[in-house]
Design a binder for this molecule. Structure first.
Ligand code: C2E
Ligand code: CA
Ligand code: CA
Ligand code: CA
Length: 280
């Protein structure tokens, strides 16, 4: 090996060591948290314009740590992916989300969202038998397959292989597939030839600058055309202002998601009776 003895190397090695200790500790805490029911699933509305009807919700996991407070999934999901706990955690999230939609349909009838969207990580998807797990959860909860959407990122399916096989199996069950963070990967358009997809979720980074009439707006419009041409649905995510919603609607986006319409919550607005929403 190359000579690695200088101060920068020592600092790098110490850093790496600290990081892997931190990683191991966080990993152990995730396992503990699963047993202690510290995880919660919250739901963010996806609305259809112009009537702003909540047609779907995206399930997002939260970790309420007794000491650390609420830990971001952006922080612990990658750790759970690397140590494999995502399989157990992900199965719990999937079952919880399906049960919740069945409950809302029972309680709210037609005011319930039609669908629930669940994020599935690369490792979950590539594991043999994933589609079978999904079929079991649907059977156990009684949720019809068409009401479930699985959100996968471009990187999760980029390698092809088992992940793409799983998508075909999910499709055969009647589950819908959404390509998450669309436009941020290395071969967004190429992937559409190789992977079965029903929905494109346009990444927030395009939405953020949609009102600037620069290249972001042009790309967002081109993605809309691709989506239309292929007969897919398109969801724009991270919509924070009325101006963004208006700009997106103008270029053809009908399905919008973001803080402007509702934050992820355990009991989103549509679960509350009209009088308590101040509408009566
Ligand atoms: P994502 O799948 O792209 O989810 C969207 C993220 O954007 C969520 O963050 C959501 O709370 C946030 N968001 C939604 N609307 C707005 C907005 O208008 N403005 C801003 N600034 N943010 C908005 P969250 O819940 O912190 O999740 C972060 C990421 O962690 C997710 O990105 C997803 O990759 C991952 N994740 C979350 N829940 C799960 C899960 O249950 N399973 C898996 N595998 N990954 C998950
Ligand atoms: Ca997502
Ligand atoms: Ca996303
Ligand atoms: Ca994301």
């Amino acid at each position: 090996a190359a000579k690695q003895s200088g101060e920068p190397y020592r600092r790098w090695a110490a850093d790496l060591d600290a990081r892997s200790t931190e990683e191991a500790r966080l990993g152990a805490q995730i396992r503990h948290a699963l047993g202690m029911n510290q995880f919660q699933v919250v739901y963010q509305p996806i609305v259809a314009m112009p009537e702003q009807r909540v047609v779907a919700v995206e399930a997002l996991v939260r970790w309420h740590h007794p000491r650390l407070g609420t830990v971001s999934p952006a922080h612990f999901i990658p750790v759970a992916e690397r140590n494999g706990l995502i399989v157990e955690l992900g199965a719990w999230i999937l079952r919880t989300a399906c049960e919740q939609l069945v409950r809302w349909i029972g309680e709210l009838g037609p005011a319930a969202p039609d669908r629930v969207s669940v994020n599935v990580s690369a490792r979950q998807l590539a594991r043999p038998g994933f589609a079978g797990t999904v079929a079991d959860v649907l059977a156990a909860t009684g949720l019809p397959a068409w009401r479930l959407t699985v959100e996968v990122t471009e990187t999760a399916v980029f390698d092809g292989g088992p992940a793409v096989t799983a998508l075909h199996e999910l499709r055969a069950l009647g589950v819908r597939i959404a390509l998450d963070d669309f436009g941020t990967g290395h071969s967004s358009l190429g992937l559409l030839q190789a992977v079965p997809v029903d929905i494109l979720k346009i990444d927030k980074s395009f939405v953020d600058r949609i009102t600037e009439a620069g290249r972001h707006a042009v790309i967002a419009e081109a993605m809309m055309q691709v989506s239309n041409g292929l007969g897919l649905d398109a969801v724009a995510e991270g919509v924070e202002t009325a101006e963004q919603a208006e700009a997106l609607t103008r270029i053809g986006y009908r399905l919008l998601q973001g803080y402007h319409f509702g934050r992820p919550e355990a009991e989103p607005g549509f679960t509350r009776r009209p009088e308590s929403r101040g509408l009566v």
